[in-house]
Design a binder for this molecule. Structure first.
Ligand code: ARG
Length: 584
């Protein structure tokens, strides 16, 4: 393993054939049996301190030889020797495997790794995650899809790590466009179409009214009037607007359900309309509100106070803006949910918006602005369906399902033994596999990267795709089921000696470390790549470690290894927002 100690001492862990043993994995091993505070453990703790893994309370400088002399081998570490500038630890492999696979006695262990000492060092509290946040009547574009799945992952992860999570959808449900939509609906809307196909109809009306308003001043005036009525809480206007909103939320809820996503709160810009005006007053009383040459209300964010970097919070006609509503919304959320951290998930084009938002909150005397974070992501190019451009979330899900179903029946005609006829609901399976494929493609790289979308590539059964994860999970389920008779409370860890078995154990040990990484930078790629690697290791183990036909005890132990792998794979997939399938 790599050099452990940045300063004077380097240590290596030689675990027989195990290479690349990370330091945290090493600690992970220790935690299984070093709960008692032996003198050796204390020494290890000070090593951890030196390495920056634990906080330093006393600084000890040790030389390799001194260190080696002071460390006593025991049941966990069989041997400790000094190398050149390194300390070599040899771990008791049998004990390690034993400890590692013990938690998988029951059919599925959904909490594996989550209560590790490593993860218990994390602070817990209330995490508010705001994601998806589409705009009523407008297109649901790939950016909203990304926000939905990324936010869902972050919320799942934070929840698994013991936080109270508030999942919030902040709808684009206010602004001049509702004047247009209202006026447009009065002119060419249909209540029955709105009932039968709400999203489609609202979008049509919106497109049409925008087109006509370009050359129709009367219509533009009607739109302004409608929006003014809304702002003045005119009952009729509000009731129409409310219908647009309710019906949109209801539609979205169906589609989110297909995606395995839900929200605790459907908030939106409209809810903070009046608070936004209060925000402006407060900015004024704090002396933060300036008037620009154009007569708009601005906050000066430049470091030298020369108005070289301003943020507009009030239009010259006295109406508020997107950012003003965001300031009000943030304050309101703090009061309502007492969050310890708040995470906003949008594409990177809004990075500046959120930076300004946090700056204004801080200047307004809200120190908790420090606990707000924007998670930006890159653009997706070319997300299309067979019939053309993606307009609604549903289109993407339908396309994923149709294509996957097609691939499944094609695979079936090539390999009739893997009949999809066995599947209770092939469409449902295709949907889950298809969605998993979208998610893996999206999460594989850094979130900030742009990428081009290609259905054929993401739906491949081989290679690093979501289909491969699902396929591996289904294959493990079938193996476990076919060998149910080998289910045993005990297993003999010394029977797992093959490199392919050891690699899996070693890999599974890193699970909590990977979750820690994800929780620090909020990037799902660590978990995705961990799971893909796990699947490759499992594929090798399938070839090299047959269960059927092996001596009973060997078979029992191998089955236990596969069961542990299956559990961790399923848990990881669920965190990502993928529903593991049992057959495909
Ligand atoms: N509705 C916005 C859009 O589609 C995203 C909202 C992001 N959240 C926020 N608090 N501003 O661009």
């Amino acid at each position: 393993m790599a050099c452990l100690f940045r300063r004077t001492i380097a240590a290596k862990v030689h675990v027989g054939i195990w290479q690349n043993f990370s330091f945290i994995s090493f600690v992970h091993i220790f935690k299984y049996s070093f709960r008692r505070q032996t003198p050796d453990f204390k020494l290890l703790v000070s090593l951890l301190r030196l390495n920056g893994i634990l906080p330093i309370t006393e600084d000890i400088q040790l030389q390799t030889e001194d260190l080696t002399r002071q460390l006593k081998p025991d049941t966990v570490v069989e041997d400790i020797s000094a190398g050149s500038g390194a300390v070599n630890f040899t771990i008791n492999r049998k004990l390690l495997i034993q400890k590692m696979l013990e938690p998988f006695e029951s059919e599925s262990n959904t909490t594996f790794g989550l209560n590790s000492e490593l993860l218990n060092t994390l602070k817990r509290g209330v995490t508010l995650v705001e994601y998806s946040s589409p705009n009523i009547a407008k297109k649901f574009h790939a950016g909203h899809l990304r926000s939905t799945i990324i936010g869902n992952f972050i919320a799942n992860l934070k929840q698994a790590l013991g936080n109270n999570v508030v999942r919030m959808n902040y709808l684009g449900d206010w602004g001049m466009q509702f004047g247009l939509l209202g006026a447009g609906f009065i002119r060419f809307g249909s209540h029955s179409k709105l009932k039968n196909n709400p999203l489609q109809h609202l979008f049509e009306v919106y497109v049409q009214v925008n087109r006509e308003a370009e050359h129709n001043e009367n219509l533009r005036q009607e739109a302004r009037d409608f929006f003014r009525k809304l702002e003045e809480h005119d009952a009729e206007a509000v009731s129409l607007w409310q219908r647009f909103r309710d019906i949109t939320v209801e539609e979205y809820q169906h589609v989110y359900k297909r995606l395995g996503v839900h929200f605790d709160v459907y908030s939106g810009e409209s809810l903070h309309q009046s608070q936004a005006l209060e925000v402006v007053q407060q900015l004024q009383s704090r002396g933060l509100l300036k008037t620009s040459d154009k007569g708009t209300g601005v906050v000066d964010l430049s470091s030298s106070g020369d108005m070289s970097n301003v943020c507009t919070v009030l239009r010259s006609d006295g109406t508020t803006l997107y950012i003003t509503r965001d300031i009000a919304a943030a304050v309101d959320r703090k009061e309502r949910y007492h969050f310890t951290e708040m995470i906003y998930v949008t594409d990177k084009s809004q990075a500046n918006h959120f930076q300004q938002l946090f700056q204004i909150l801080s200047a307004s005397g809200h120190p908790w602005s420090e606990s707000c974070r924007h998670v930006p992501f890159g653009l997706v190019k070319g997300m299309k369906t067979r019939t053309g451009e993606v307009v609604f979330l549903e289109d993407v899900l339908d396309e994923a399902r149709t294509r996957m179903l097609h691939n499944m029946s094609r695979a079936q005609s090539k390999h009739p033994e893997t009949s999809t006829k066995e599947l209770e609901d092939p469409e449902d399976t295709a949907e889950k596999v298809g969605i998993g494929a979208l998610i893996v493609q999206d999460f594989k790289g850094p979130l900030l990267s742009d990428y081009s979308f290609d259905w054929d590539r993401i739906l491949q059964a081989q290679g690093d795709t979501g289909v491969f994860l699902q396929y591996t999970h289904a294959r493990l389920c079938s193996l476990l089921q076919k060998n149910e008779d080998l289910e045993a409370a005990h297993f003999d860890a010394s029977l797992l000696t093959e490199p392919s078995a050891i690699s899996i154990v070693q890999h599974l040990l890193r699970y909590d470390e990977v979750l820690l990484q994800c929780s620090q930078d909020l990037q799902p790629k660590h978990l995705v790549n961990f799971l893909l690697k796990l699947c490759h290791l499992i594929a090798a183990a399938h070839r090299e470690l047959p269960v059927k036909g092996s001596p009973v005890q060997v078979a029992q132990t191998r089955r236990r290894l596969f069961r542990g792998s299956c559990s961790v794979l399923a848990n990881g997939m669920r965190l990502l927002g993928i529903t593991p399938v049992h057959k495909m």
